[in-house]
Design a protein around this ligand. Structure first.
Ligand code: URA
Length: 281
């Protein structure tokens, strides 16, 4: 027989759960402890014998179940992304997508902020704790620095004027535990959403903030300290000019690098003012 929990007990359980999530717990485990050493010791001889006489490896490796899961999630994301025609529909499609385990530990799907009509779209890595709580990208310390960077070249994410506005999103819409970088699998899985996001927002210019968005948009690993400041026009932005620059979080850790970042911002300002950026191939 089960007895109903008091609201005090419910709140205590929710607080305990929230704390677990804060600590990075992202899966449930059984209540009963298992002694894995004992399990191995009791394993039937046949299983242990495989150690003595290993069976030859199959010539072609069978796909691991997790690869299969990734492929299915990629297909599901592609299906959803290609089926939407507006940014609101895209947001709903992403909120309804259950293929990414990060969503289980997230409070919000962090879609975008700013003015979607803006001429320039900024793409960061993934929400942090503050963004996860508020459901908006770049609202924590990095976001405050980003706002200052935008302000320095006359941009403002709250502006209604597309010439002065900024539109901001991330490679991942869900917070990775302990704020780690997006994994390759996560970026691959969710690429269809970001691709559609860029197509629907249709900015004139795209700015990759840091190495993760740069790698996703160029579809190759990027050494951002070497590549920053460059303009490219990759297929993944639909040929739209893409500027690579540092992530604001990196600038908070390495304030001396702000001078280089300032150069990049001036180059963006010049492009917005009509100077053709020098696209590298
Ligand atoms: N860092 C990011 O890359 N994105 C955010 O939204 C916040 C911090």
């Amino acid at each position: 027989m089960t007895s109903a929990l008091s609201s005090e007990q419910t709140n205590a359980l929710l607080a305990a759960l929230a704390w677990q999530i804060e600590l990075g717990v992202d899966e449930c485990i059984s209540e009963t402890p298992l002694d894995r050493f004992e399990e191995i010791a009791k394993a039937p001889a046949a299983k242990q014998a495989s150690k003595a006489s290993p069976t030859p490896l199959p010539k072609k490796k069978a796909p691991a179940p997790e690869d299969d899961g990734l492929a299915q999630a990629v297909t599901a994301a592609q299906h959803l992304a290609t089926g939407v025609e507006t940014l609101d529909q895209l947001r709903s499609a992403m909120e309804g997508f259950d293929g990414c385990p990060l969503k289980l530990g997230a409070r919000n799907t962090v879609f975008a902020d700013g003015n979607p009509a803006a001429k320039v779209m900024f793409i960061g890595e993934a929400p942090g704790r503050d963004e996860d709580r508020q459901g908006k990208p770049f609202v924590g310390r990095s976001g405050q620095l980003l706002d200052k960077m935008l302000g320095a070249i006359g941009l403002d994410r709250t502006s209604d004027n597309p010439d002065k506005a900024a539109y901001i999103t991330n490679v991942l819409p869900w917070r990775p535990v302990e704020n780690r970088d997006p994994s390759t699998d996560e970026a691959v899985m969710l690429w269809a959403f970001l691709e559609r996001h860029i197509q629907l927002a249709a900015p004139d210019y795209v700015v990759a903030l840091g190495k993760s968005p740069a790698a996703v948009l160029l579809d190759t690993p990027v050494a951002i300290t070497r590549m920053r400041g460059r303009w490219m026009a990759p297929p993944r932005t639909g040929g739209k000019p893409l500027l690579l620059t540092f992530h604001p979080a990196y600038l908070l850790r390495q304030p001396l690098e702000k001078a280089k970042s300032w150069k990049d911002l001036l180059s963006l300002r010049a492009a917005l003012d009509g100077d053709q950026p020098k696209i590298e191939t």
